[in-house]
Ligand binder design. Structure first.
Ligand SMILES: NC(=O)c1ccc[n+]([C@@H]2O[C@H](COP(=O)([O-])OP(=O)(O)OC[C@H]3O[C@@H](n4cnc5c(N)ncnc54)[C@H](OP(=O)(O)O)[C@@H]3O)[C@@H](O)[C@H]2O)c1
Length: 284
């Protein structure tokens, strides 16, 4: 058995990573109760206690508007905490997989972003996650960084759940029509993370469900799958959305490296969405 520590284990992705652990992994699920990772001693103590051979670092401050309003918290939880986790990995001689984001990109490229494209974050969230990437790369030459996008799934606040919740109490919704990305189902990403760890891969790998769409297209697909197509949906530009944050409009991630590593691409986003909406129906 390989000892694996998972940070952010109470979060949407971290929980799924723990739940889908393969037979070869013995998982230590770390939550905030085990320590604040932005405090160096707490991060070191929590990770040392696991004696991990692999660390999957899912913990982050993921509220994008929250990061804009509170940059100190964003920096502490995304940059400093990641540096602390990387230092702890070095002390343990553990392999580190850090989960990062499309928000490291500006979102102006016409084609999908590849792993070696130059990052240029627009947001505090993106800047703080990029600082995390750089800390990991500086401390651990054999690091693995998985960038993903538009995560949704059980047990977390996410766009799809918010749309379906809003549709049950309102007859009319406004959704942004000029942001494009690859919606990614957390359980699919969790499985891909384990498959990646089974390879010798290092560096940056983009992992998303296949295909891209706009926020509006994703909302309409979710409503259709949930049998709520009678809701009126108005597409609006992101500039009209009430938010303190200017988001990347076209930060679609290309996943060519995954195939180069010999790994199957994830299924198309719409197939995963169908499964999620069905799962939600069963739990309501
Ligand atoms: N959600 C997305 O759309 C998306 C897209 C691309 C990439 N990602 C990346 O994917 C990863 C997982 O995202 P997610 O949506 O599953 O996150 P999440 O549900 O927000 O969970 C993150 C977890 O990290 C914990 N955490 C935050 N700061 C911490 C600290 N200083 N010390 C200890 N624990 C801390 C949080 O605990 P508290 O709740 O107590 O703060 C929470 O349980 C993150 O690295 C994120 O940047 C997410």
């Amino acid at each position: 058995m390989t000892r694996v520590a998972v940070t952010g284990a109470a979060g949407m992705l971290g929980h799924k990573v723990c739940e889908s652990a393969p037979a070869w992994a013995s998982v230590a699920a770390l939550t905030r109760d085990d320590g604040d990772l932005s405090v160096r001693e707490q991060a070191q103590d929590a990770l040392q206690a696991t004696n991990a051979e692999i660390i999957i670092h899912c913990a982050a401050y993921t509220d994008v508007d929250g990061c804009t309003r509170d940059p100190d918290r964003a920096w502490a939880s995304n940059a400093v905490a990641t540096e602390n986790v990387a230092d702890a990995a070095q002390a343990l001689q553990a392999r580190l997989l850090y989960v990062s984001t499309d928000y490291v990109f500006e979102g102006t490229k016409a084609e999908p972003y590849l792993e070696d494209d130059e990052p240029a974050p627009l947001t505090v969230y993106g800047e703080s996650k990029l600082a995390g990437e750089r800390a990991v790369a500086a401390i651990l030459p054999d690091h693995l960084i998985v960038r993903t996008q538009w995560l949704y799934g059980p047990g977390g606040k996410n766009f799809v759940a918010s749309i379906l919740k809003a549709a049950r109490s309102r007859k009319r919704l406004q959704v942004v029509h000029d942001e494009r990305g690859c919606p990614t189902y957390a359980p699919d990403l969790a499985e891909a993370i384990w498959r990646l760890l089974h390879t010798e891969a290092t560096g940056i790998v983009h992992v998303t469900n296949r295909g891209a769409c706009t926020r509006l297209e994703l909302a309409l697909a979710a409503l259709e799958e949930a049998g709520l197509s009678d809701i009126e949906v108005e597409g609006i530009p992101s500039a009209a959305w009430d938010s303190p944050t200017r988001r990347p409009t076209n930060a679609v991630l290309g996943d060519t490296r995954l195939a180069a590593l010999g790994l199957e691409p994830l299924r198309p986003w719409r197939e995963a969405l169908v499964e999620y909406v069905r799962t939600m129906g069963k739990t309501q």
